[in-house]
Ligand binder design. Structure first.
Ligand code: SF4
Length: 367
């Protein structure tokens, strides 16, 4: 409830020119290095071979812009390759309002990941911060290989199973994450069944063009939007997730609903709010700051004193308006909080489902 009130107050604040809210969530890709070769990402080839350092984190986080951060998403590249990762997290834990850290890893370096996540989890617990961990699992065996370009399924699954079998040891909460692309769209049910068998919670997202991971020029190769059969297969899968009675997680159901409608609208329907449109920030391994990771241009490079100035400059805020106008309606990133239109659409969908269940069973076949 408190979070909702904060959100509404921030949103109201954002309406007043000159009174911009401070970011509450930071996307923090801390390295341009990766040991995977995913078909949906060109970080290994095109991102700078650089890691974030403790000194840079310390310098950046001292700026007022970050004083209200409540949540930080750590990703990369592959964050477990960053030697100083536990020390970087320890530095982030000094932020006064921080409540949660979420880290995404490919799970390939099993021993290293288990060792550092255990340490990070302990540090987070000591500060009362929730540490959630997500390991990418785009498929089983050869499908995994087709998606990730490396044959490390057994290592990733060892990491996942060890974390799942030891709840509370490596993180406060865990999920596997599957990115849906042309490489795995025909195998999602098998992925789901495998995870159900081993009690692995798994969430699904769409592979889409994303500036941060340098894949803007070749989305035809991987996006299910560019092949009608693949788009329909993905729609059917997400529809199944929405109406799955075993799932009571309404937030998750909304995300699947937003993805389903996005696919149905061929990439031109957005039913979720995006906090990066009006409040939140992204900082990369070089200390460059952006609005969102998906589409934003680099706004500037942080030097410890200039973050607020860059983030809230008139020139950059004008640019953000352009970004919203050009891109947000065609974007499915960060689709976890409904817009007003999204909330009504979702509600209406379920009302319809309850009142006319047979129509939906038939409708599912026609998509
Ligand atoms: S382009 Fe996407 S991620 Fe970026 S601000 Fe818009 S909706 Fe959010």
């Amino acid at each position: 409830m408190m979070q909702l009130i904060t959100l509404i107050l921030d949103k109201l604040l954002a309406l007043f020119p000159g009174l911009q809210p401070y970011p509450r969530v930071l996307q923090f890709p801390i390295t341009g290095r990766c040991n995977s070769k995913c078909g949906t990402c060109s970080v290994p080839e095109l991102a700078p071979d650089v890691d974030m350092t403790i000194e840079r984190v310390r310098q950046i986080m001292q700026n007022d812009l970050f004083k209200k951060l409540q949540a930080i998403g750590i990703n990369g590249g592959e964050p477990s390759l960053v030697k100083e990762l536990p020390a970087i997290i320890a530095e982030l834990l000094c932020l006064p309002k921080l409540k949660s850290i979420h880290m995404i890893t490919n799970g390939m370096l099993t021993e290293r990941i288990l060792e550092i996540t255990k340490e990070i989890n302990e540090s987070c617990k000591a500060k009362g911060v929730h540490f959630s961990l997500s390991v990418s699992l785009d498929g089983i065996e050869e499908v995994y290989w087709a998606c990730r370009g490396v044959s490390s399924f057994s290592k990733t699954i060892d990491t996942i199973k060890t974390v799942v079998e030891n709840p509370g040891t490596y993180c406060s909460s865990f999920s596997a994450g599957c990115t849906v692309s042309k490489y795995n769209v025909d195998h999602l049910a098998a992925n789901d069944a495998y995870c159900a068998e081993y009690n692995i919670p798994i969430f699904y997202r769409l592979a889409v063009p994303n500036r941060r991971i340098y894949n803007m020029g070749y989305s035809d190769d991987f996006s299910v939007l560019t092949d009608d059969a693949d788009r329909r297969t993905a729609m059917e899968f997400f529809f199944g997730k929405i109406v799955d009675r075993r799932c009571r997680d309404w937030k998750q159901k909304f995300t699947y609903y937003a993805i389903f409608k996005y696919l149905e609208g061929k990439g031109h329907v957005r039913l979720a709010d995006c906090f990066w449109k009006w409040r939140d920030a992204t900082v990369d391994e070089l200390g460059n700051i952006y609005y969102c990771a998906t589409e934003s241009k680099c706004l500037g490079t942080l030097d410890g004193s200039n973050a607020t100035e860059i983030f809230h400059s008139k020139e950059n805020l004008d640019y953000r308006k352009e970004l919203i106008k050009e891109h947000c309606e065609h974007c499915i990133h960060y689709a976890f909080f409904p817009s007003i239109k999204g909330a009504f659409s979702f509600l209406f969908f379920f009302l319809h489902l309850v009142l006319f269940p047979a129509r939906y069973q038939m409708g599912r076949r026609f998509h």
